[in-house]
Ligand binder design. Structure first.
Ligand SMILES: Nc1ncnc2c1ncn2[C@@H]1O[C@H](COP(=O)(O)OP(=O)(O)O)[C@@H](O)[C@H]1O
Ligand SMILES: CC(=O)N[C@@H](CCC(=O)OP(=O)(O)O)C(=O)O
Length: 260
């Protein structure tokens, strides 16, 4: 039987709040078995850009990343945020190792080609993006890898890559070796039937139900690319995908996605 691996992704809202981040990391430390964390930080990066006089530009949930923006998001994601998360896990007794995609050539991306929009220094992840032997070595030594949203192209260029996509790409790449559970953690208790009603969590969603909920506008905005990524991961052999509250990962309330 393959051993389990839990991959957690945590997004902007929680990570920028020191108290909530600490609480999430405390909960994460309680999760038994092999685990890996991917963090975003888009909200805080946008604030930092504004503070420095740069107006953030997002198109379809992805950041237009010019050279100045890349410098700032690299400092923010791979520097401050990643190291704060790693230090927080160390404080909980978890031996975390902070990584960008460039470290150990862990994730090699391809600069997004210019079509209708020029996203600048944004990386897309091909199927072979992940250095699977490196990750297996780290996981086998009981380290907990902590990835930020910065990757590289193998030719010296850093690239900004959506953190949800990094999580699902890691899950798919590691699925042949581990029984992978992918957990998307954010500020709500799961996928909601009414986005303004925190008690309206949908406990299970199949791929067909997702299409209907999307068409009806029940699932919208940032939840759409998240669930597109999530269902793609399920189709590619990831065992379990969960959408849940970052501060309640050890509680039963959550949305579980099903193939059919
Ligand atoms: N049906 C829904 N249930 C829960 N959230 C939804 C739903 N439809 C849209 N959303 C929105 O999707 C957002 C999550 O996506 P996003 O902001 O990209 O996540 P992250 O915090 O991980 O970066 C939620 O904060 C919420 O505003
Ligand atoms: C290309 C691109 O859009 N990159 C994202 C990476 C961070 C991220 O994904 O953060 P959240 O998970 O908190 O949204 C960005 O700069 O916003």
């Amino acid at each position: 039987m393959r051993e389990g691996l839990k991959i957690f992704k945590i997004g902007g809202g929680i990570i920028d709040d020191e108290r909530q981040l600490r609480q999430f990391l405390r909960e994460l430390a309680q999760v038994p078995g092999r685990k890996l964390l991917v963090h975003g930080g888009g909200k805080g990066a946008s604030q930092m850009l504004r503070d420095l006089g740069i107006e953030p530009q997002m198109v379809q949930g992805r950041r237009i990343t010019d050279a100045a923006t890349l410098d700032i998001v690299t400092m923010f994601y791979a520097g401050k945020t990643n190291k704060q998360v790693v230090a927080g896990l160390q404080a909980e007794g978890v031996n975390a190792l902070g990584l960008s995609g460039a470290d150990g050539n862990a994730i090699q991306a391809v600069k997004r080609p210019v079509r209708d929009v020029d996203y600048g220094f944004v990386g897309d992840l091909p199927a072979h993006a992940v250095n699977v032997p490196l990750l297996r070595q780290l996981l086998e030594t009981d380290l907990v890898p902590v990835f930020c949203a910065i990757t590289h192209d193998g030719a010296g260029q850093l690239l900004n890559t959506n953190a949800d996509t990094i999580a699902s790409t890691l899950a798919r790449a590691l699925a042949p070796h581990y029984a992978v559970a992918l957990h998307y953690c954010f500020e709500k208790d799961g996928v909601l039937r009414d986005v303004n009603d925190d008690t309206s969590v949908i406990p299970q969603i199949t791929a067909a139900e997702y299409q209907a909920l999307k068409a009806a506008g029940v699932i919208a905005a940032g939840m759409v690319p998240k669930l597109d990524n999530a269902f793609a991961a399920l189709e590619a052999g990831v065992e379990r995908v969960v959408i849940e509250h970052a501060l309640r990962i050890n509680e039963p309330v959550k949305t579980v996605l099903c193939r059919s």
